[in-house]
Design a protein around this ligand. Structure first.
Ligand code: ZN
Length: 243
């Protein structure tokens, strides 16, 4: 991949980023650092996006070899994993065992630049403005929407912890923005982060479309009666029009 191709591919990435990914809170990648060198993130992303949309699975060795042309000392390129997990880019990994991934261990593939990585949620710090969150908390009388613990006071259940209200995602598949945020304490927000969809009153109303959500459903199916399993088998057949 020559310099020209790097620049052209990065242009395509930027275009998709602005049009599709930015609103999801996907991390913006700089082409060059302050010293004018290509960033490793940009190099890895560009290599994975080569010939976009006709991308292919790339081995970690191949990625490392490419980055080494610019950073000769690099031994282990972790960028692809970070770009998807923390950055939100839709890069699947054979090693991570992504559901439906048909690529070998140690391989990565950029699936699309139009949608973020399915279970990606933006960094909580990039949520709403603090003034907006302040007025939202006020609407809730500074109480956790789910358990009612009051900010700054001992937590209702974990009495030795002081309640801190956080921006709780109502639906984790949607961006963290006004209309999709409820104040939740550190206890209610954390463990269920990816499992549930909440309503404005902090009640669970649905299971989230996420890896955590899938695990909840799997557990459910293992536990229920054969009758219920058969009911859903028929239901899914109809839904998927398998008849
Ligand atoms: Zn709570």
């Amino acid at each position: 991949m020559n310099e020209q191709e790097v620049l052209e591919t990065f242009k395509i990435i930027t275009k998709y980023y602005e049009e599709c990914l930015k609103d999801y809170g996907v991390k913006s990648i700089k082409l060059k650092d302050s010293k004018g060198n290509y960033t490793k993130d940009a190099l890895v992303l560009v290599y994975l996006a080569r010939n976009y949309p006709n991308t292919k699975a790339i081995s970690k060795t191949e990625l490392t070899d490419f980055v080494r042309k610019f950073y000769p000392d690099v031994s282990d390129v972790q960028q692809a994993r970070h770009l998807s997990k923390q950055g939100g880019y839709n890069i699947i990994s054979g090693t991570r065992g992504d559901i439906g991934a048909k690529i070998g261990a140690g391989y990565y593939q950029l699936i699309t630049l139009e949608k973020p990585y399915p279970s990606f949620k933006p960094d909580r710090r990039s949520g709403i403005e603090s003034a907006d969150f302040e007025s939202l908390k006020k609407e809730y009388d500074y109480k956790c929407a789910t358990c009612g613990s009051i900010e700054g006071k001992p937590h209702n259940i974990r009495k030795n912890e002081i309640t801190k209200l956080q921006e709780g995602h109502m639906n984790p598949s949607l961006p963290l923005e006004i209309g999709n945020i409820i104040p939740q304490c550190q206890v209610c927000n954390r463990p269920d982060r990816d499992r549930w969809i909440y309503d404005k009153t902090g009640r669970v109303i649905e299971i989230a479309d996420s890896d955590d959500g899938k695990r909840v459903v799997e557990k459910y199916f293992k536990r229920v009666s054969t009758h219920t399993k058969e009911y859903f088998l028929e239901f899914l057949k109809k839904l998927l029009k398998l008849r």
